[in-house]
Ligand binder design. Structure first.
Ligand code: ACO
Length: 322
Protein backbone atom coordinates (compact mmCIF):
# COMPACT_ATOMS: atom_id res chain seq x y z
CA UNK A 1 0.00 0.00 0.00
CA UNK A 2 1.17 3.51 -0.82
CA UNK A 3 -0.31 6.68 0.73
CA UNK A 4 -0.69 8.73 -2.41
CA UNK A 5 -1.13 12.50 -2.34
CA UNK A 6 -4.22 13.41 -4.36
CA UNK A 7 -4.15 17.15 -3.74
CA UNK A 8 -3.17 19.99 -1.45
CA UNK A 9 -4.40 23.37 -0.27
CA UNK A 10 -3.45 26.17 2.08
CA UNK A 11 -4.74 29.30 3.71
CA UNK A 12 -3.12 32.46 5.08
CA UNK A 13 -4.96 35.05 7.18
CA UNK A 14 -5.55 38.33 5.40
CA UNK A 15 -3.53 40.56 7.70
CA UNK A 16 0.13 40.81 6.75
CA UNK A 17 2.74 42.20 9.15
CA UNK A 18 5.96 43.45 7.53
CA UNK A 19 9.34 43.83 9.20
CA UNK A 20 8.85 47.61 9.10
CA UNK A 21 5.54 47.18 10.95
CA UNK A 22 7.42 45.19 13.62
CA UNK A 23 10.14 47.85 13.84
CA UNK A 24 7.40 50.19 15.07
CA UNK A 25 6.50 47.72 17.85
CA UNK A 26 9.90 46.52 19.16
CA UNK A 27 13.55 47.57 18.85
CA UNK A 28 14.39 45.84 15.57
CA UNK A 29 15.02 46.60 11.89
CA UNK A 30 14.04 45.09 8.54
CA UNK A 31 17.77 44.69 7.84
CA UNK A 32 18.43 42.65 11.03
CA UNK A 33 15.48 40.34 10.46
CA UNK A 34 16.21 39.75 6.75
CA UNK A 35 19.91 39.18 7.34
CA UNK A 36 19.49 36.75 10.27
CA UNK A 37 16.37 34.90 9.12
CA UNK A 38 15.38 35.73 5.54
CA UNK A 39 11.90 36.70 6.79
CA UNK A 40 10.29 39.80 5.21
CA UNK A 41 6.66 39.45 6.30
CA UNK A 42 4.23 37.11 8.07
CA UNK A 43 0.44 36.72 8.25
CA UNK A 44 -1.49 37.21 11.49
CA UNK A 45 -4.94 35.75 12.28
CA UNK A 46 -7.73 38.26 12.92
CA UNK A 47 -9.48 38.51 16.30
CA UNK A 48 -11.90 35.61 16.47
CA UNK A 49 -10.07 33.68 13.75
CA UNK A 50 -8.91 30.41 15.34
CA UNK A 51 -6.55 27.63 14.29
CA UNK A 52 -9.58 25.50 13.30
CA UNK A 53 -10.84 28.25 10.97
CA UNK A 54 -7.52 28.35 9.12
CA UNK A 55 -7.41 24.55 9.05
CA UNK A 56 -10.92 24.24 7.61
CA UNK A 57 -10.15 26.65 4.75
CA UNK A 58 -6.93 24.80 3.89
CA UNK A 59 -8.75 21.45 4.10
CA UNK A 60 -11.57 22.63 1.80
CA UNK A 61 -9.05 23.83 -0.77
CA UNK A 62 -7.13 20.54 -0.57
CA UNK A 63 -10.34 18.51 -1.05
CA UNK A 64 -11.30 20.63 -4.06
CA UNK A 65 -7.82 20.26 -5.56
CA UNK A 66 -7.91 16.49 -4.98
CA UNK A 67 -11.44 16.17 -6.39
CA UNK A 68 -12.43 14.24 -3.26
CA UNK A 69 -15.76 14.59 -1.45
CA UNK A 70 -15.48 15.29 2.31
CA UNK A 71 -17.70 12.25 2.93
CA UNK A 72 -14.98 10.00 1.51
CA UNK A 73 -12.49 11.06 4.20
CA UNK A 74 -12.18 8.58 7.10
CA UNK A 75 -9.19 10.10 8.93
CA UNK A 76 -8.30 13.67 9.90
CA UNK A 77 -4.93 14.25 11.54
CA UNK A 78 -4.22 17.84 12.47
CA UNK A 79 -0.76 18.91 13.59
CA UNK A 80 -0.77 21.95 15.85
CA UNK A 81 0.85 23.41 18.95
CA UNK A 82 -1.79 26.15 19.09
CA UNK A 83 -5.14 24.31 19.38
CA UNK A 84 -8.40 26.27 19.74
CA UNK A 85 -8.89 24.76 23.20
CA UNK A 86 -6.97 22.46 25.53
CA UNK A 87 -9.54 19.88 24.47
CA UNK A 88 -11.29 18.62 22.40
CA UNK A 89 -8.79 18.22 19.61
CA UNK A 90 -8.99 20.95 16.97
CA UNK A 91 -9.29 18.14 14.40
CA UNK A 92 -12.84 17.35 15.58
CA UNK A 93 -13.91 20.96 14.89
CA UNK A 94 -12.59 20.56 11.37
CA UNK A 95 -14.36 17.20 11.08
CA UNK A 96 -17.69 18.65 12.25
CA UNK A 97 -17.40 21.70 10.01
CA UNK A 98 -16.78 19.50 7.00
CA UNK A 99 -19.94 17.55 7.93
CA UNK A 100 -18.04 14.31 8.55
CA UNK A 101 -19.57 12.15 11.32
CA UNK A 102 -17.67 8.91 10.73
CA UNK A 103 -14.06 7.80 10.98
CA UNK A 104 -11.48 9.37 13.31
CA UNK A 105 -10.07 12.84 13.93
CA UNK A 106 -7.27 13.77 16.31
CA UNK A 107 -4.44 16.24 16.84
CA UNK A 108 -0.72 15.60 16.83
CA UNK A 109 1.60 17.75 18.87
CA UNK A 110 5.20 17.81 17.72
CA UNK A 111 5.52 21.59 17.25
CA UNK A 112 7.35 22.47 14.01
CA UNK A 113 7.81 18.78 13.15
CA UNK A 114 4.06 18.22 13.49
CA UNK A 115 3.26 17.92 9.79
CA UNK A 116 5.93 15.27 9.19
CA UNK A 117 4.72 13.39 12.30
CA UNK A 118 1.10 13.62 11.07
CA UNK A 119 2.03 12.45 7.58
CA UNK A 120 3.98 9.50 8.99
CA UNK A 121 1.02 8.59 11.24
CA UNK A 122 -1.49 8.73 8.39
CA UNK A 123 0.86 6.64 6.26
CA UNK A 124 1.08 4.01 9.03
CA UNK A 125 -2.74 3.84 9.32
CA UNK A 126 -2.97 3.37 5.55
CA UNK A 127 -0.33 0.69 5.42
CA UNK A 128 -2.10 -1.35 8.10
CA UNK A 129 -5.47 -0.98 6.37
CA UNK A 130 -7.19 1.26 8.93
CA UNK A 131 -7.57 4.29 6.68
CA UNK A 132 -8.53 4.65 3.04
CA UNK A 133 -8.57 8.44 2.63
CA UNK A 134 -7.05 10.97 5.00
CA UNK A 135 -6.77 14.70 5.46
CA UNK A 136 -3.41 15.64 6.95
CA UNK A 137 -3.35 19.23 8.13
CA UNK A 138 -0.82 21.58 9.71
CA UNK A 139 -2.42 24.69 11.22
CA UNK A 140 -1.13 27.27 13.67
CA UNK A 141 -1.85 30.63 15.26
CA UNK A 142 1.56 31.23 16.84
CA UNK A 143 0.73 34.95 17.07
CA UNK A 144 -1.37 34.00 20.13
CA UNK A 145 1.57 32.56 22.09
CA UNK A 146 4.21 35.16 21.19
CA UNK A 147 5.53 37.68 23.67
CA UNK A 148 5.09 40.77 21.51
CA UNK A 149 7.62 42.64 23.71
CA UNK A 150 10.38 40.08 23.05
CA UNK A 151 12.19 41.05 19.86
CA UNK A 152 14.22 37.84 19.87
CA UNK A 153 11.12 35.70 19.19
CA UNK A 154 8.19 37.83 18.00
CA UNK A 155 9.84 38.62 14.66
CA UNK A 156 10.20 34.95 13.71
CA UNK A 157 6.71 33.44 13.56
CA UNK A 158 3.45 33.72 11.62
CA UNK A 159 0.00 32.13 11.29
CA UNK A 160 -1.35 29.86 8.55
CA UNK A 161 -2.52 26.40 7.53
CA UNK A 162 -1.87 23.79 4.86
CA UNK A 163 -3.34 20.39 4.09
CA UNK A 164 -2.93 17.35 1.85
CA UNK A 165 -5.40 14.61 0.90
CA UNK A 166 -3.97 11.08 0.95
CA UNK A 167 -5.43 7.90 -0.52
CA UNK A 168 -4.33 4.32 0.13
CA UNK A 169 -3.48 2.72 -3.22
CA UNK A 170 -1.90 -0.54 -4.24
CA UNK A 171 1.76 0.01 -4.99
CA UNK A 172 4.36 -2.14 -6.71
CA UNK A 173 6.79 -1.56 -3.85
CA UNK A 174 9.28 0.24 -6.08
CA UNK A 175 10.64 3.78 -5.95
CA UNK A 176 8.53 4.62 -8.98
CA UNK A 177 5.27 4.30 -6.99
CA UNK A 178 3.45 7.52 -6.26
CA UNK A 179 3.06 8.22 -2.54
CA UNK A 180 4.99 8.25 0.71
CA UNK A 181 8.12 6.13 0.24
CA UNK A 182 9.67 6.42 3.69
CA UNK A 183 9.37 8.46 6.90
CA UNK A 184 11.79 8.89 9.81
CA UNK A 185 10.80 10.47 13.13
CA UNK A 186 13.05 11.39 16.06
CA UNK A 187 12.82 13.20 19.39
CA UNK A 188 15.08 13.99 22.32
CA UNK A 189 13.59 15.60 25.44
CA UNK A 190 16.92 16.58 26.92
CA UNK A 191 16.65 19.85 25.04
CA UNK A 192 13.04 20.59 25.92
CA UNK A 193 14.00 23.85 27.69
CA UNK A 194 15.69 25.33 24.62
CA UNK A 195 12.36 25.99 22.91
CA UNK A 196 9.13 25.83 24.88
CA UNK A 197 5.99 27.65 26.01
CA UNK A 198 6.06 28.76 29.65
CA UNK A 199 2.45 27.85 30.36
CA UNK A 200 -0.02 25.00 30.15
CA UNK A 201 -3.13 23.54 31.78
CA UNK A 202 -1.32 21.25 34.20
CA UNK A 203 1.63 23.47 35.16
CA UNK A 204 0.46 27.08 35.33
CA UNK A 205 -3.17 27.06 34.18
CA UNK A 206 -2.19 29.80 31.71
CA UNK A 207 -1.57 29.69 27.97
CA UNK A 208 1.97 31.07 28.31
CA UNK A 209 4.44 32.50 25.82
CA UNK A 210 7.02 30.99 23.51
CA UNK A 211 10.56 31.08 24.92
CA UNK A 212 13.62 30.16 22.90
CA UNK A 213 17.39 30.05 23.12
CA UNK A 214 17.71 30.85 19.44
CA UNK A 215 21.42 30.29 19.14
CA UNK A 216 21.16 26.88 20.87
CA UNK A 217 18.34 25.81 18.54
CA UNK A 218 20.36 26.95 15.55
CA UNK A 219 23.40 25.00 16.77
CA UNK A 220 21.49 21.68 16.86
CA UNK A 221 19.25 22.21 13.84
CA UNK A 222 21.45 21.45 10.84
CA UNK A 223 22.92 18.25 12.35
CA UNK A 224 19.52 16.83 13.28
CA UNK A 225 17.98 17.71 9.93
CA UNK A 226 20.79 16.17 7.90
CA UNK A 227 20.76 13.00 10.08
CA UNK A 228 17.11 12.14 9.35
CA UNK A 229 17.54 12.97 5.70
CA UNK A 230 20.53 10.61 5.48
CA UNK A 231 18.19 7.99 7.04
CA UNK A 232 15.65 8.60 4.25
CA UNK A 233 18.34 8.30 1.57
CA UNK A 234 19.74 5.11 3.15
CA UNK A 235 16.29 3.49 3.46
CA UNK A 236 15.49 4.06 -0.21
CA UNK A 237 18.92 3.90 -1.85
CA UNK A 238 18.50 7.46 -3.12
CA UNK A 239 20.74 10.51 -2.96
CA UNK A 240 20.45 14.28 -3.23
CA UNK A 241 20.90 14.00 -7.00
CA UNK A 242 17.69 11.95 -7.34
CA UNK A 243 15.53 14.65 -5.73
CA UNK A 244 13.32 16.94 -7.76
CA UNK A 245 12.34 19.13 -4.78
CA UNK A 246 13.42 19.76 -1.21
CA UNK A 247 10.60 21.25 0.89
CA UNK A 248 12.03 21.95 4.35
CA UNK A 249 10.35 23.37 7.42
CA UNK A 250 10.52 27.14 7.02
CA UNK A 251 12.12 28.47 10.22
CA UNK A 252 15.11 30.35 8.97
CA UNK A 253 16.75 30.80 5.56
CA UNK A 254 20.21 30.27 7.03
CA UNK A 255 19.24 26.85 8.47
CA UNK A 256 17.61 25.83 5.16
CA UNK A 257 20.63 26.92 3.09
CA UNK A 258 23.15 25.28 5.44
CA UNK A 259 21.21 21.97 5.47
CA UNK A 260 20.85 21.90 1.68
CA UNK A 261 24.53 22.67 1.25
CA UNK A 262 25.64 19.97 3.70
CA UNK A 263 23.47 17.40 1.89
CA UNK A 264 24.56 18.50 -1.60
CA UNK A 265 21.05 19.54 -2.65
CA UNK A 266 21.19 22.09 -5.49
CA UNK A 267 19.81 25.52 -4.47
CA UNK A 268 17.33 25.54 -7.39
CA UNK A 269 15.63 22.44 -5.93
CA UNK A 270 14.90 24.14 -2.59
CA UNK A 271 11.38 25.50 -2.03
CA UNK A 272 11.53 28.57 0.20
CA UNK A 273 8.57 30.54 1.55
CA UNK A 274 10.02 31.72 4.86
CA UNK A 275 10.46 35.21 3.36
CA UNK A 276 6.69 35.53 2.86
CA UNK A 277 5.24 33.41 5.69
CA UNK A 278 7.79 33.51 8.53
CA UNK A 279 7.89 30.35 10.65
CA UNK A 280 4.36 28.92 10.74
CA UNK A 281 5.46 25.83 12.69
CA UNK A 282 3.42 22.73 11.67
CA UNK A 283 1.83 24.67 8.80
CA UNK A 284 5.07 25.65 7.09
CA UNK A 285 5.69 22.50 5.01
CA UNK A 286 2.16 22.12 3.57
CA UNK A 287 2.09 25.89 2.89
CA UNK A 288 5.39 25.66 1.02
CA UNK A 289 4.30 22.50 -0.80
CA UNK A 290 1.04 24.09 -1.88
CA UNK A 291 2.76 27.18 -3.25
CA UNK A 292 5.19 25.01 -5.28
CA UNK A 293 2.33 22.85 -6.61
CA UNK A 294 0.20 25.87 -7.54
CA UNK A 295 3.00 27.61 -9.44
CA UNK A 296 3.76 24.42 -11.37
CA UNK A 297 7.12 23.54 -9.85
CA UNK A 298 6.07 20.30 -8.11
CA UNK A 299 4.49 17.96 -10.67
CA UNK A 300 3.05 14.43 -10.61
CA UNK A 301 5.88 11.91 -10.42
CA UNK A 302 8.41 14.27 -8.82
CA UNK A 303 10.56 12.98 -5.95
CA UNK A 304 9.97 15.34 -3.02
CA UNK A 305 11.85 15.41 0.28
CA UNK A 306 10.25 16.97 3.37
CA UNK A 307 12.11 17.75 6.58
CA UNK A 308 11.32 19.45 9.88
CA UNK A 309 12.79 20.18 13.27
CA UNK A 310 11.23 21.88 16.28
CA UNK A 311 10.55 22.10 20.00
CA UNK A 312 11.20 18.97 22.03
CA UNK A 313 13.47 18.63 20.18
CA UNK A 314 11.51 16.71 17.57
CA UNK A 315 12.66 16.18 14.02
CA UNK A 316 11.82 14.06 11.01
CA UNK A 317 11.90 13.49 7.27
CA UNK A 318 9.55 12.11 4.65
CA UNK A 319 10.42 11.13 1.09
CA UNK A 320 7.55 10.91 -1.35
CA UNK A 321 6.79 10.59 -5.01
CA UNK A 322 4.21 13.30 -5.79
N1 ACO B 1 16.27 42.80 16.15
C1 ACO B 1 17.47 43.35 16.42
N2 ACO B 1 18.37 42.76 17.24
C2 ACO B 1 18.04 41.58 17.77
C3 ACO B 1 16.80 40.96 17.52
C4 ACO B 1 15.90 41.62 16.68
N3 ACO B 1 14.69 41.11 16.36
N4 ACO B 1 16.76 39.80 18.20
C5 ACO B 1 17.93 39.68 18.84
N5 ACO B 1 18.70 40.75 18.60
C6 ACO B 1 20.03 41.03 19.08
C7 ACO B 1 20.35 40.27 20.35
O1 ACO B 1 19.86 40.95 21.49
C8 ACO B 1 21.86 40.21 20.32
O2 ACO B 1 22.35 41.46 20.78
P1 ACO B 1 23.66 41.52 21.73
O3 ACO B 1 24.74 40.91 20.90
O4 ACO B 1 23.80 42.97 21.97
O5 ACO B 1 23.32 40.68 22.94
C9 ACO B 1 22.18 40.12 18.82
O6 ACO B 1 21.00 40.55 18.14
C10 ACO B 1 22.54 38.73 18.37
O7 ACO B 1 21.59 37.82 18.92
P2 ACO B 1 21.67 36.28 18.67
O8 ACO B 1 20.50 35.62 19.34
O9 ACO B 1 23.03 35.78 18.98
O10 ACO B 1 21.46 36.25 17.09
P3 ACO B 1 21.58 35.05 16.09
O11 ACO B 1 22.51 35.39 15.00
O12 ACO B 1 21.75 33.75 16.79
O13 ACO B 1 20.13 35.05 15.41
C11 ACO B 1 18.06 33.85 15.58
C12 ACO B 1 18.99 34.85 16.21
C13 ACO B 1 17.57 34.40 14.25
C14 ACO B 1 16.88 33.59 16.50
C15 ACO B 1 18.84 32.54 15.32
O14 ACO B 1 19.50 32.12 16.48
C16 ACO B 1 17.95 31.44 14.84
O15 ACO B 1 17.42 31.47 13.75
N6 ACO B 1 17.80 30.37 15.64
C17 ACO B 1 16.93 29.27 15.29
C18 ACO B 1 15.55 29.63 15.65
C19 ACO B 1 14.57 28.73 15.04
O16 ACO B 1 14.66 28.36 13.90
N7 ACO B 1 13.58 28.40 15.83
C20 ACO B 1 12.46 27.68 15.39
C21 ACO B 1 12.66 26.22 15.49
S1 ACO B 1 11.20 25.45 15.11
C22 ACO B 1 10.00 25.43 16.35
O17 ACO B 1 9.72 24.39 16.87
C23 ACO B 1 9.28 26.65 16.78
Amino acid sequence: IRSTVLGCGSYLPEKCLTNDDLARMVDTTDEWIVQRTGIRQRHIAADGEFTSHLAIKAAQRALRHAGVDAQDIDTIILATATPDNTFPATAVSVQADLGIYHGMAFDIHAVCSGFVYALATADAFMRCGQSKRALVIGAETFSRILDWNDRTTCVLFGDGAGAVVLEAREGSGTLGDRGVLTTHLRSDGRNKCKLYVDGGPSSTQTVGHLRMEGREVFKHAVGMITDVIEDAFAATGTSADDLDWFVPHQANKRIIDASAKKLGIAPEKVVTTVDLHGNTSAASIPLALDSAVRDGRVKTGDLVLLEAMGGGFTWGSALLRW
